[in-house]
Design a protein around this ligand. Structure first.
Ligand SMILES: Nc1ncnc2c1ncn2[C@@H]1O[C@H](COP(=O)(O)OP(=O)(O)O)[C@@H](O)[C@H]1O
Ligand SMILES: [Mg+2]
Length: 282
């Protein structure tokens, strides 16, 4: 199957700074590719290339198997590649349904009488969120009253509604506690079940491992290797990411995450199971 999106030996320099060099990865429909790496590893540079915000200056970027050079995020969106940034671009005081549409609201009537179809906008918002497993009591409630995880999911549901085939998520779980991170991980699994390709950027192997099919490790702009889920465990992923002396420090940071992370993994793995068994059918 042709991947929805693929990069081969991609690179990007900013003057004399090599932000990204010779990185390869791909994402296919119904799979999750996780990009892991510490600060400065090149994660944001990679997704900015994928989302059309930066132009690569080395290697190849292919969409549906054809090489592209994207000139803007609009071009990426038109090809079905949607990016949800950490800051989310939402207006906290505006209702959920307004944030869901942000200027693309459905309208009714003709000519000068043409106006927003608010009832329909609310209904679509409620339904799309429900499809992603989020039960919004009232689409009229300000987005600022939602939890961090729920806000991320509104952004994800919005991208799905507007036709995303590839969903790029830039560190959607980093600012969240274990429980809220679980909320977002569940939507990642849903998006995957709906057949989207997901690129999930994180520096937490405990978030990546339960939902990922492939794991790309970046360090100082270079790929440290890409692994399938069966080829690597969460401990090895953590070790590779940290490397040597930094491992102890990371170990301290992740300690105390322990039980909660394990429960999260069990839960999300259970959630993902039906899809895996479907995959095995001819
Ligand atoms: N616009 C830019 N101009 C100059 N250097 C940049 C720019 N964007 C990123 N870099 C550099 O590229 C490297 C990778 O950064 P980035 O992709 O933001 O890493 P990450 O998201 O993994 O933390 C860093 O050394 C960073 O300083
Ligand atoms: Mg970054």
């Amino acid at each position: 199957m042709t991947p929805l999106l693929e990069v081969r030996g991609i690179g990007k320099r900013f003057g004399s700074v090599v932000a990204l060099a010779d990185v390869s990865t791909r994402v296919s429909a119904g799979t999750v590719t996780c990009v892991l790496g510490d600060n400065g590893a090149g994660k944001s540079t990679l997704i900015k290339i994928l989302s059309g915000a930066h132009r690569h200056d080395g290697g190849e970027y292919l969409i549906d198997g054809s090489p592209v050079r994207l000139g803007s995020p609009r071009e990426a969106l038109d090809l079905g590649i949607a990016t949800v940034y950490q800051d989310l671009a939402m207006v906290p005081l505006m209702p959920v349904w307004r944030n869901f549409f942000l200027g693309s609201e459905p309208r009714k009537g003709w000519g000068p009488l043409r106006r927003l179809d608010i009832a329909r906008a609310k209904e679509i918002t409620r339904r799309e969120l429900l499809d992603m497993g989020i039960d919004i009591r009232d689409p009229e409630q300000p987005v600022g009253t939602l939890s961090g995880g729920e806000r991320q999911s509104v952004a994800i549901a919005r991208a799905v509604h507007f036709g995303a085939r590839v969903l790029i998520l830039d560190e959607p779980t980093s600012a969240l506690g274990v429980k809220q991170a679980g909320v977002v991980l569940r939507y990642i699994v849903r998006a995957r079940q709906r057949g989207l390709g997901v690129i999930f950027i994180t520096h937490n192997p405990h978030h990546a491992y339960p939902v990922g099919d492939r794991f790309l490790l970046l360090k100082r702009g270079r790929g440290l290797g890409e692994y399938g889920r069966d080829d690597i465990g969460v401990a090895e992923l953590t070790r590779l990411m940290a490397g040597g002396a930094e491992l102890e420090q990371l170990g301290h940071e992740l300690a105390g995450y322990g039980d909660a992370a394990e429960r999260l993994e069990e839960e999300v793995t259970a959630l993902a199971a039906p899809v895996e068994s479907e995959d095995e059918q001819p």
